[in-house]
Structures are given as structure tokens and as C-alpha cells.
Design a protein around this ligand. Structure first.
Ligand code: C2E
Ligand code: CA
Ligand code: CA
Length: 651
């Protein structure tokens, strides 16, 4: 090591480094914590030395000077005490540490000088006390200044330098020995201090890295990696913060929940990579369509908008529809032009929604209605929806408590072959009559049971009852039974159905299980597997409400279907509505091409029936032949010589 580099090194140790602001702050904090202790040691040792010298030395040395030191130290401690809780800025911390360095020079010099001034007074005992005082105090102070290395060096250098020179110069062997001893101990301590300080430095740097990493993780945890929009987690945090703000400021807050229509077919038809790129395009369109609001991706093809500035309801819906409009414009991809639309449900705080959960649930409820009634448009949650929610909650409550074995019953609607005017089978339809609610529509209580996850407890008793009736029928009659998505999305559910079918003694090959397209929307693979198991058992599989579920043909093709049932909505006014006529025509052609039987549902009038027959439709179900019948009326219906085309009373 050259002399220059040794000097540079010394300079480095004795000055406050300012490159790392976190290190500066950590030093500052450690120093402020240990400062009072340092002054306490310094003053208590000083007063101890002053007291042993009182009878020998003049008062200005034994009382006045220690009192002055005490006052000075107290002032310093008070200053630090006041600023102790403050998280300093790097430049403030740097300035404070530089000041501490300078003060270390002053304090070390003054206290050393004072100690030496006491030496000429007193005897060998008191002189030994001075040596002890200096040695012990400097060691303690170095310890307290451990994290301000420069100040520790300054103190060690000044006090020990003077100490060694002074006591070696005394030529007293004991003092010389003490001086050498103190010098060696201090050198050892300084080396420990250096190691300690390096560890401290490393600890701060590693904390910095950890912090940076966790900041990065936090950022990643809140961003959707595909679209770069803030994700579901960020959404809830943002919504919560905005809601609190709106509560405090008494302002309105709107939440829009968006679900893309027709996204799944795009995924199926073009593959996931196109689906992903479409989501990226939708996200960027959504983000640019917004001004003060923020967009989030909640997952899949679901997005959300949080709008802190909310116009009047009418304008709000108009704005939302404008966004849906922009999202509906065609997406040009290298693979082809893709069309999707965006349905949106909106809820506004504080109107009809006062908590985060309520706001989200109600926007979701409005979305559900948008999907059903205003596909590709926006629906605002309103008082009517609230009323509906209350009714549904009541139904759910009573459904959970109901004696289902007794309250549920089954009616049967004939399916007729129009060519030979013969009944070919019956569809079982559930009826629920509750002591409090009276008759509840199956469409309503099944959708509630689906949402509440209790549909299995309805399906099982219904299937048992229906099979017990069907067992009495002639063997050429088929029997259809409706299943819900929840009946099929678990292995246990399917196994219990198989158990019921096998125990009933009814030939599974005469059974058609009806499933709607929406059943496949949840977990396509699981539902497909369940359907395959049932198909292997011999059951037929009918796709119910065909045409309403927007499923892609590729998907449907993957299923072992035996029949499709054309939804009633296409049949109403078939003979006078060209659009319906065309749809039914193409659905009939499609089913023929796919080699599937086709039942047309909800045929109410002879005119509709005639139009249908003209299109080649053979299997018909509807009021035109019969409403659903009670079990005891089935026999009578079958015993008729010919099936009248007449509308009788409904069950
Ligand atoms: P779905 O399976 O499409 O049943 C056909 C519905 O259309 C029945 O309504 C039936 O009564 C009605 N319908 C039949 N012909 C005509 C007609 O000519 N005109 C009109 N306007 N309607 C006709 P229902 O019995 O009220 O059942 C409604 C829905 O409830 C069913 O629709 C089905 O989705 C569900 N459902 C009924 N029973 C069950 C069941 O046991 N299990 C499951 N999972 N769902 C069921
Ligand atoms: Ca059905
Ligand atoms: Ca149907």
C-alpha cells in the first residue's frame, strides 16, 4: 500500500460517504438511537473523575467544566430527542452526520484536554483514574459510534493519539504499559468495528435489493401480464380506495363490469393465441375509450371500469353504450376479421349499493341482465332489479328449507311425430309447490338453485319420481329429462345420477338427457366427460334450447349428441316472421347434416305447425298438441285414437 493510498483510505474512513442515500439514512437512525447512551457514559465517567479530583484540583476544573460539558451534552441530546422520530431526507442525514463528525473532533479534543489538565493534581491513584477514564470512555464511545465509522475513527485517533503520547512521555512504566495496552485494544476494536460496519453496509444494500424486488413483485402482482391492464387484485384495491373517497367526499362512484359476447367461439375457431391477441386489442381500445375512469381486466374475457366522475343515470348509460359500441367494431387480425361485442352491467354508489361487495354484486347482476336482454349493450342496476334480488333471496331461503320430496312433482309433455301423428315420448318438467310461495316457475327456481349450488338436491328426487312414472309406460315411448350444468360438473354428481338410473329399472337406452348449451360454458372438458359417461350407459343426449347459447359448432361437434331441440323463441310466429323461418330452416338442415334428430319446441298454433311441417320438421313438442300433463293424465292422452291439434289448459 503506498503512502498516498493509505492517506486516501484514512480520509475515506474519516469522512461521511454520501453515495448511498439508504445507507446514510440507516446510519442516521442507528446513530440517533445510540447517541443518548454515549452522552450518558461520557458524562457519568466525567463526573466520576471530577469527584475523585475535587479535593486536589481547582473548582473550575472539577465543577465548572464538567457542568459546562453536561449542559452542552444535554443540549445535544435534547436536539436529537426532538428529531428522533423523523425519517430524514438523504441530504439532511448527510449534513447531520458531517456535523456529528465535526462535533466528534471538538468533543474528543476538549474532553482529552480536560483529562490532561487534571493529571498534575492529585496522586498516583487519581492519575490512574485519569488513564482509566480515558481508556474506558474512548472504548465506550467507539462502540456507540459503531455505525458512524468516520466519527468513531476521529474519536479513536484523537483520544488514543494524545493518550499514548502523553502517557509514554510520562516515562512511568505502568502508564506506558497502560498506553500500549489501550492502543492494542483500540486497534483490535477498530478492526471489529470495520467488519461490523461492512456487515451493516451489506445489510442495508441487501435490504435495498429486497425492497426493490418486492416493489417489482408488487407491480407484477397488480398488472395483468397479457394486456398490461391492472388486474383483479388491483381492481379491488382501487375500488375500495375510490369507495372510501366517495364516502368521505359525498360523491357518486360508478362501477361497470364488462363481459365479451362471442369470445369463446373466437378462441375455439382460431385458437388461444388469436384469442389472446384479441384480448390485448380489446384492452387497448377500452383504455383509450376512457377519460377519468380506469379499466381493469378481471380475468378471462371480463373487464371492469371504475368511474369516479358520474353523470346523471341516463348519460351514464349512454356513455357506457358508447364504450360497448367502440368495442363492437370489427377487429382486424392477420387470421381474419373478428367480431365480438361487450355487454356491461353498471351499479352506482350510493344509489342502491353502499358497500364494495354490493357494488360489485349488483354490477354483476346488471351484467347478467344485459347478457340476457341487451346483449352487447349496457344495463344499469335499478330498483326493479333490487326487487327481483329480494324475491330471489326469499325463494332461495325457502328452497333450502323446503321438503323437496313432497313439494316437488313432475309433469310430462308429449313429443309427437307429425308424420304419423304418434306420441314418441315425453319430456319430464319439474313443478314446485311451496306452502308459502305457492307455485314457483321451474325456470326461476332452477336458476336460483344453480346459483346457490343446490341443484343436485332437486335433480335427484325429480329423476327418481320421473323414472318411477316412466317405468309404467309402453316400451316404444322415450323419456326426456332435463339436467343442469351443476349436475354434470363433478364426478360425484354424475355417479349419483347413474346410480338412480340403474336402480330405477328403466332402460337407459330409452332415456334422453337434455342439456342446454350454457352448461358447457362453465367447464367444457368436465361436462364433456360426464356426457360421454352417460352416453356410454346408453342414454341419448339432447342439446336443449338450441340456437340461444351462441356456442360454436366446433364445440358442439366434440360432444356425443343424439338430438337437438330448437328453442321456442325461433318458433313463435314462424309462419309470418321470415327471420325465424330462415333460422328454423337452417337449424333443421344442420341437424340433418349432423345426423341428429331434431325436436322443435314450443309450437303453439296450427299455423306454426303447418309451416314447420313444410320445412320437413318431424318431431314437435308444444301446446298445439298438449301442455305438460300430470302423470294420471298421460294414459288418457295416449289412449286417444288420434292426436287433436287443440290448445288445452296448461299445467
Ligand atoms: P325447457 O327444458 O326448455 O322446457 C320447455 C318449457 O317450455 C317448459 O316450461 C314447457 O312447459 C314450456 N312449453 C312447452 N310447450 C310450450 C308452448 O307451446 N308454448 C309455451 N309458451 N311454452 C311451452 P317449464 O315447464 O316452465 O320449464 C321451464 C324450464 O325450466 C325448462 O325449459 C327447463 O329449462 C327448466 N326445467 C324444468 N324442469 C326441469 C328439471 O327437471 N330439471 C332441470 N334442470 N330444469 C328443468
Ligand atoms: Ca328441456
Ligand atoms: Ca328447451
Amino acid at each position: 500500500m503506498t503512502i498516498l493510498s493509505a492517506r486516501q483510505k484514512l480520509q475515506h474512513f474519516m469522512s461521511v460517504q454520501s453515495e448511498n442515500s439508504d445507507l446514510l439514512k440507516a446510519q442516521y437512525r442507528a446513530f440517533t438511537r445510540q447517541m443518548p447512551m454515549m452522552y450518558f457514559i461520557l458524562l457519568s465517567s466525567t463526573w466520576a473523575l471530577a469527584i475523585t479530583h475535587m479535593q486536589f484540583a481547582p473548582l473550575w476544573l472539577t465543577v465548572a467544566m464538567p457542568a459546562l460539558f453536561t449542559a452542552g451534552c444535554m443540549l445535544r441530546v435534547m436536539f436529537w430527542w426532538r428529531t428522533r422520530g423523523i425519517d430524514p431526507k438523504p441530504d439532511v442525514a448527510h449534513a447531520a452526520l458531517v456535523r456529528a463528525n465535526r462535533l466528534a473532533i471538538g468533543i474528543a479534543t476538549i474532553f482529552t484536554a480536560w483529562s490532561f489538565l487534571l493529571v498534575p493534581y492529585g496522586n498516583a491513584y487519581t492519575q490512574s483514574h485519569v488513564a482509566f477514564y480515558m481508556a474506558i470512555t474512548v472504548i465506550s464511545c467507539i462502540f456507540c459510534l459503531m455505525y458512524v465509522r468516520s466519527a468513531a475513527f476521529i474519536v479513536a485517533l484523537i483520544v488514543n493519539g494524545a493518550f499514548v503520547v502523553f502517557f509514554v512521555a510520562s516515562k512511568q512504566p505502568t502508564f506506558i504499559a497502560i498506553a500500549i495496552n489501550v492502543l492494542l485494544v483500540c486497534a483490535g476494536m477498530m478492526s471489529i468495528l470495520m467488519t461490523n460496519y461492512r456487515n451493516f453496509e451489506r445489510m442495508v444494500v441487501s435490504q435495498q435489493r429486497t425492497q426493490a424486488l418486492s416493489n417489482e413483485n408488487l407491480q407484477l402482482a397488480n398488472i395483468d401480464s397479457l394486456t398490461d391492464l391492472p388486474n383483479r387484485r388491483a381492481f379491488f384495491a382501487h375500488l375500495e380506495a375510490e369507495l372510501e373517497k366517495a364516502k368521505v367526499e359525498g360523491t357518486r362512484l360508478a362501477l361497470g363490469v364488462i363481459d365479451l359476447d362471442g369470445f369463446k367461439p373466437v378462441n375455439d375457431l382460431y385458437g388461444h393465441s388469436v384469442g389472446d391477441r384479441l384480448l390485448v386489442k380489446v384492452s387497448s381500445r377500452l383504455a383509450t375509450a376512457l377519460k377519468a375512469s380506469r379499466a381493469f381486466r378481471l380475468g378471462g374475457d371480463e373487464f371492469a371500469i371504475v368511474a369516479p366522475i358520474v353523470p346523471e343515470d341516463e348519460q351514464l348509460v349512454a356513455n357506457a353504450n358508447a364504450i360497448s359500441e367502440q368495442l363492437r367494431a370489427p377487429y382486424h387480425m392477420p387470421e381474419g376479421t373478428v367480431h365480438v361485442s361487450a355487454s356491461m352491467g353498471i351499479a352506482v354508489f350510493p344509489n342502491l349499493a353502499s358497500t364494495l361487495e354490493q357494488l360489485f354484486d349488483r354490477a354483476d347482476y346488471a351484467l347478467y341482465h344485459a347478457k340476457k336482454t341487451r346483449r352487447g349493450g349496457a344495463v344499469l342496476f335499478d330498483a326493479e332489479h333490487e326487487k327481483q334480488i329480494n324475491i330471489e333471496a326469499r325463494i332461495e331461503h325457502l328452497l333450502k328449507q323446503a321438503d323437496l320430496e313432497n313439494e316437488l312433482s313432475v309433469v310430462f309433455q308429449p313429443i309427437v311425430d307429425v308424420c304419423c301423428q304418434k306420441t314418441v315420448g315425453f319430456e319430464a318438467l319439474a313443478r314446485w309447490s311451496n306452502p308459502t310461495l305457492g307455485h314457483v316457475s321451474p325456470a326461476q327456481f332452477f336458476s336460483i338453485a344453480e346459483r346457490a349450488g343446490i341443484v343436485g338436491s332437486l335433480t335427484r328426487p325429480l329423476l327418481k319420481k320421473a323414472l318411477a312414472c316412466a317405468l309404467k309406460w309402453e316400451e316404444h315411448l322415450r323419456f326426456s329429462f332435463n339436467l343442469s350444468a351443476h349436475d354434470l360438473n363433478s364426478c360425484e354428481g354424475v355417479l349419483s345420477l347413474i346410480g338412480i338410473i340403474e336402480n330405477s329399472g328403466f332402460d337407459a337406452r330409452r332415456l334422453d338427457l337434455e342439456i342446454t348449451e350454457t352448461a358447457f360454458a362453465h367447464d367444457f372438458e368436465q361436462v364433456k366427460q360426464s356426457v360421454e359417461v352417460l352416453r356410454r350407459l346408453g342414454c341419448g343426449i339432447s342439446l336443449d334450447d338450441f340456437g340461444t347459447g351462441y356456442s360454436s359448432l366446433t364445440r358442439l361437434h366434440a360432444l356425443p349428441l343424439t338430438k337437438i331441440k330448437v328453442d321456442r323463441s325461433f318458433v313463435t310466429g314462424l309462419h309470418e316472421r321470415p327471420a325465424s323461418y330462415k333460422i328454423v330452416k337452417s337449424l333443421l338442415t344442420l341437424s340433418r347434416d349432423m345426423g341428429l334428430e331434431c325436436v322443435v319446441e314450443g309450437v303453439e298454433t296450427p299455423e306454426e305447425l303447418a309451416a314447420l311441417a313444410g320445412l320437413g320438421g318431424t318431431l314437435v313438442q308444444g301446446y298445439v298438441y298438449s301442455p305438460p300433463l300430470r302423470e294420471e293424465d298421460v294414459g288418457e292422452f295416449l289412449s286417444r285414437k288420434s292426436i287433436d291439434i287443440a290448445v288445452t289448459g296448461h299445467q
